[in-house]
Design a binder for this molecule. Structure first.
Ligand SMILES: NC(=O)c1ccc[n+]([C@@H]2O[C@H](COP(=O)([O-])OP(=O)(O)OC[C@H]3O[C@@H](n4cnc5c(N)ncnc54)[C@H](OP(=O)(O)O)[C@@H]3O)[C@@H](O)[C@H]2O)c1
Length: 271
């Protein structure tokens, strides 16, 4: 699949979906600006991308530290002269347990990364794309954003908020020729899901996920939930009357609420 994007910015590029997207776009000769906290992983990715014919500039930064993050975004904008594609991908599962010793800390970290940093990324570059009257803004939400899932209050809520933000942002920028896509993955095999102890139906390899995401972006999709089996399941769940959802949730997930291990929340993730 050929790509129309020449200059691309990706957050959360050191592992998982972001890393694979970077490798695939880099292999097609794109110039990449890649942000994450792990310098070592980004440097090794940079080498791989250069070896495959692309160029990569790495930005080592914690996206939840606003001052540093905005400085990194500014640097990327100035160096690139403007992006064709921006992917706000960095995210964290932060599963919460009840009773839990550190749920508030998990909650804050998840909100700061999954919602604040993601929307700051998109908002920052939206300005320049609107002025240039072109560009593509992408947020990576999740199928977990459709309903409040058990033990993932912070994750589900931030992804749902991101979905609303993306929908709203589209109305604001589309008349300027700027596209907005909401990518909603199901379960993808990455370090995020490697720690999951729950069943992960239709778990997908990250290279397949990257292919599907890139194809959806090339096609200018507004929303893309995948794999289709999860999208269908979630669509049904989303449209269930509340009393059936509550009943199913209590039967299926109620047990987890009383058997959760206290104080281990930060170790747990979800897709
Ligand atoms: N995998 C799935 O099944 C699945 C399903 C639905 C949605 N998603 C979403 O897809 C996105 C990517 O997930 P993934 O599965 O690829 O996870 P991943 O492999 O854990 O990657 C997360 C990325 O975010 C970066 N990151 C974490 N905290 C950061 C921070 N404070 N500042 C900057 N970067 C930070 C990580 O790099 P550093 O640690 O180096 O900072 C890493 O590059 C997330 O938004 C996730 O919610 C994933």
């Amino acid at each position: 699949m050929t790509s129309k994007y020449k200059k691309i910015f990706i957050t959360g590029a050191s592992t998982g979906i972001g890393r694979q997207l970077a490798l695939d776009y880099g292999g097609q000769g794109a110039a990449l600006w890649l942000l994450a906290r792990s310098q070592e992983k980004l440097e090794s990715l940079e080498k791989e991308i250069k070896a495959s014919g692309g160029t990569a500039r790495i930005l080592v930064c914690d996206a939840t530290i606003e001052k540093d993050f905005l400085t990194a975004l500014k640097q990327a904008q100035e160096e690139s002269g403007g992006f064709d594609l921006v992917i706000a991908n960095a995210g964290w599962g932060g599963k919460m347990q009840y009773p839990g010793d550190n749920n508030i800390s998990v909650l804050n970290q998840v909100i700061d990364l999954n919602f604040r940093a993601a929307t700051q990324t998109l908002e920052y570059f939206a300005k320049y794309m609107v002025i240039a009257r072109k560009g593509h803004l992408v947020g990576v939400s999740s199928i977990a954003g459709f309903r409040g899932l058990p033990s993932t209050a912070a994750y589900s809520a931030t992804k749902r908020a991101l979905i609303s933000y993306l929908e709203s942002l589209r109305f604001s920028v589309q008349s300027f020729g700027v596209l907005v896509t909401d990518i909603r993955p199901g379960f993808v095999r990455t370090p995020l899901t490697d720690q999951n102890k729950v069943p992960m139906p239709f778990l997908m390899d990250v290279d397949v996920a990257s292919f599907k995401i890139r194809r959806a972006l090339e096609r200018g999709r507004k929303r893309f939930a995948f794999p289709w089996q999860m999208a269908v399941m979630v669509h049904i769940m989303k449209n269930l009357p509340d009393f059936i959802f509550d009943w199913l949730g209590t039967i299926i997930w109620g047990k987890h609420a009383v058997t959760g291990r206290p104080g281990k929340s930060e170790e747990n993730t979800i897709g």
